[in-house]
Design a protein around this ligand. Structure first.
Ligand code: ATP
Ligand code: MN
Ligand code: MN
Length: 301
């Protein structure tokens, strides 16, 4: 009967639950947002967030006492994580370490139970860690740069990539800036991807040095946008779309369609409620199909 079918569907959705400790603990004090609400948010966005993080080495920012108190960046697997896999990878110093890898909603929710607020994947997969399938141009406005200029920079990056036959995708970071993301399929060695990102950023900065900066040492300068290409390297991470940010207001990193750039007001325009309302009215994710794009760097260099 229909009733029997409905019950089955509901049971399938209510998969094994991760026990949530301290559900009433306040995580975002300025918004009175509890750990329960954070967990509910992550459960709701899990299908979309998992598309961005599953199977990739993953770092998390954990805030055991909430935002405003001590938070820490964690990339290694630790005791007590039973639903989270790890991959043994060589670190810069040459030693091996166990990197966190999440495959499913249970793993994700276990990290949330461990007070993870932010999720930062590699631009590579755990089973192929030396080849990057995502390039991230991280646009960081220095002091005094109006957001309209960051938007203009993102569109500029998009147009230059277009000239290389590369389709790109826009993300509001939940912070001050924007990310422009280029999927590569097939993935390429980090050495090549890194070289591409660096020379692209340097060419951009060279074409308009009053607006842009692309030097690894100078970073933020008043009035200029730092084109941070350093997100692209083995072991480097960038925040995932649908990750919360451990910043006031409970902002979320949100993937956008390019036509949405025009009306975007800030990099942290989307909080938990706005993000949930947005995905409820969306038929599909603005980045849908990103991994199926067959893009390579052959038009470059
Ligand atoms: P915004 O738009 O405000 O710049 P963002 O996510 O781009 O937001 P950045 O400071 O530009 O923030 O980039 C920091 C990136 O560096 C993060 O996305 C993260 O993946 C990475 N990262 C590496 N190590 C750390 C660390 N110890 N703490 C925080 N971030 C780290
Ligand atoms: Mn940034
Ligand atoms: Mn940056």
């Amino acid at each position: 009967t229909t009733a029997a079918k409905k019950t089955t569907a509901r049971e399938r959705v209510a998969a094994p639950e991760i026990r949530l400790s301290s559900p009433t603990k306040i995580i975002f004090p300025d918004r009175n947002i509890t750990k329960r609400q954070v967990a509910d948010f992550y459960k709701a966005v899990a299908p979309r967030l998992l598309k961005e993080v599953a199977g990739r080495p993953l770092s998390v920012i954990r805030c055991p006492d909430g935002v405003g108190k001590a938070c820490f960046f964690q990339k290694h697997h630790t005791a007590g994580l039973d639903r989270v896999r790890f991959v043994r990878l060589k670190e810069e110093a040459g030693v091996n370490a166990n990197y966190l890898v999440v495959d499913d909603v249970e793993g994700l929710m276990e990290l949330v139970q461990f007070n993870s607020l932010e999720f930062h994947p590699w631009g590579a997969h755990a089973d192929d860690p030396d080849r990057a399938d995502r390039v991230v141009f991280d646009l960081d406005p220095g002091p005094g740069v109006p957001f309209a200029e960051v938007k203009r920079a993102a569109a500029h990056v998009r147009d230059l990539l277009e000239q290389l036959n590369l389709k790109s995708f826009l993300r509001a970071t939940g912070g001050k800036g924007l990310h422009v993301v280029v999927p590569l399929n097939p993935a390429n060695d980090w050495t090549l991807v890194k070289k591409f990102a660096k020379s692209f950023a340097e060419a951009l900065a060279g074409s308009d040095p009053d607006r842009y900066l692309a030097t690894a040492t100078l970073k933020l300068r008043p009035g200029k946008i730092f084109v941070d290409y350093l997100r692209n390297g083995r072991g480097a991470t960038a925040v995932a779309s649908y990750s919360l940010r451990a910043r006031p207001g409970a902002p979320v990193a949100v993937p956008l369609a390019w036509p949405e750039l025009k009306d975007l007001k800030r990099g942290d325009a989307f909080d938990i409620d706005k993000t949930l309302a947005r995905i409820k009215r969306q038929r599909k994710d603005p980045w849908a199909g990103i991994d199926a794009l067959r893009q390579d760097l052959s038009a470059w260099g």
